[in-house]
Design a binder for this molecule. Structure first.
Ligand code: RIB
Ligand code: CA
Length: 339
């Protein structure tokens, strides 16, 4: 039996974002929530989303991950102000995973989380409401399948909402997350990708929430590595955002280049935004994805039934291919729109 990578082998898990010839072009901005742990790559994802009129950022919710929550939340404020959008509401969420101690990644992102960029302290403040309560409120008042959630850090915030209020999954159009890794293994342990490793229970809750889940794992982000000439083009934009982005990326890429011996590093999180804007640049398969939450050896492993050898239900659109040139051309085009 040959499996068509684009069509679900079983189940009714439809990728609502998949454009077909009969799909009319979007005529109203797509409402999204970016759930994030900035993080230099998170910062590029936020900048890309801000630059895209096809997306309406309802708010940015910070979570502990790359660095502790106080820093990720403050970094989100800094990035919105860098892009000239201090109006975007930023909320602080969970300062730790659901059931585990926090793991951070200062060795990758630096002590601030966005080392490389010397951004001024924000003049705006966090919203007083906790991110979990705000997401709950947004979903409660939303229409069916209205809101797209974009987790680009550990999924602690959205999992807390879905665990407490499972029926709110019907208000979610799609959860498009950066996380996981299967064919390429892990990037933090031999088997676990960072976002899923930090909060594996959260990832498992999301995958079993009933909301349509699209996962952009290391299997796709590692196929689109930054090139120095591209970072130079970003810097040559000569704008505040271009220069700050180039500075962040030159700091950020060094860890993966040394680790993998490559000429550039992966730029994980902006793939979520690029997928929302141009899903045709990506290819994946509807399959069952489970997260290991028990084994000490493989905690946080993303177990992908790519060949459909189990009877576990399809619960994820798992992406493994990307048009790398298209991704970086799009990202440069978006960054060029910013101040
Ligand atoms: O494993 C990569 C992911 O972990 C990215 O989201 C990066 O920002 C870190 O959060
Ligand atoms: Ca991240």
């Amino acid at each position: 039996m040959t499996l068509d990578l684009d069509c679900p082998p079983t189940g009714n898990h439809q990728n609502p974002n998949k454009l077909t010839s009969s799909t009319p072009p979007a005529i109203t901005p797509r409402p999204i929530i970016i759930d994030t742990d900035p993080g230099q790559d998170d910062a590029l994802a936020i900048l890309a989303a801000i630059a895209a009129p096809e997306l309406k950022i309802l708010g940015i919710t910070a979570v502990a991950g790359n660095v502790p929550l106080d820093l990720t939340a403050n970094n989100a404020l800094k990035i919105c102000e860098l892009a000239g959008r201090p109006d975007i509401p930023v909320f602080a969420g969970r300062d730790r995973p659901l059931r585990r101690d926090l793991i951070t990644a200062e060795q990758v992102h630096g002590t601030t989380g966005i080392d490389g960029a010397d951004l001024p302290e924000p003049t705006t403040s966090l919203q007083p409401q906790n991110a979990v309560d705000w997401i709950t409120e947004q979903l409660t008042k939303a229409n069916e399948q209205e809101i797209t959630i974009c987790p680009v850090g550990p999924m602690s915030n959205i999992a807390t909402v879905l665990e407490a209020y499972p029926t709110l999954s019907s208000k979610i159009r799609e959860i498009v997350c950066m996380g996981g890794g299967f064919f390429v293994g892990g990037n933090t342990t031999p088997t676990a990708e960072f976002n899923v490793l930090v909060d594996p229970e959260a990832a498992q809750i999301v995958l079993h929430s009933g909301a349509p889940v699209t996962m952009l794992p290391l299997d796709v982000t590692h196929k689109a590595l930054m090139a120095h000439h591209w970072i130079s083009k970003v810097r040559t934009l000569g704008t505040h955002c271009g220069i700050a982005a180039a500075n962040m990326l030159e700091f950020y890429e060094r860890f993966d280049m040394e680790k993998y011996g490559t000429s550039g590093g992966p730029l994980h999180d902006p793939n979520v935004i690029a997928y929302l804007l141009h899903p045709e640049m990506y290819k994946g398969r509807y399959c069952n994805v489970e997260i290991e939450t028990i084994s000490p050896l493989t905690t946080g492993m993303t177990v992908v039934d790519w060949w459909g050898v189990t009877d576990r239900p399809v619960n994820c659109y798992y992406i493994t291919e990307v048009d790398a040139d298209g991704f970086y051309n799009l990202l440069l085009e978006l960054l060029a729109r910013l101040p």
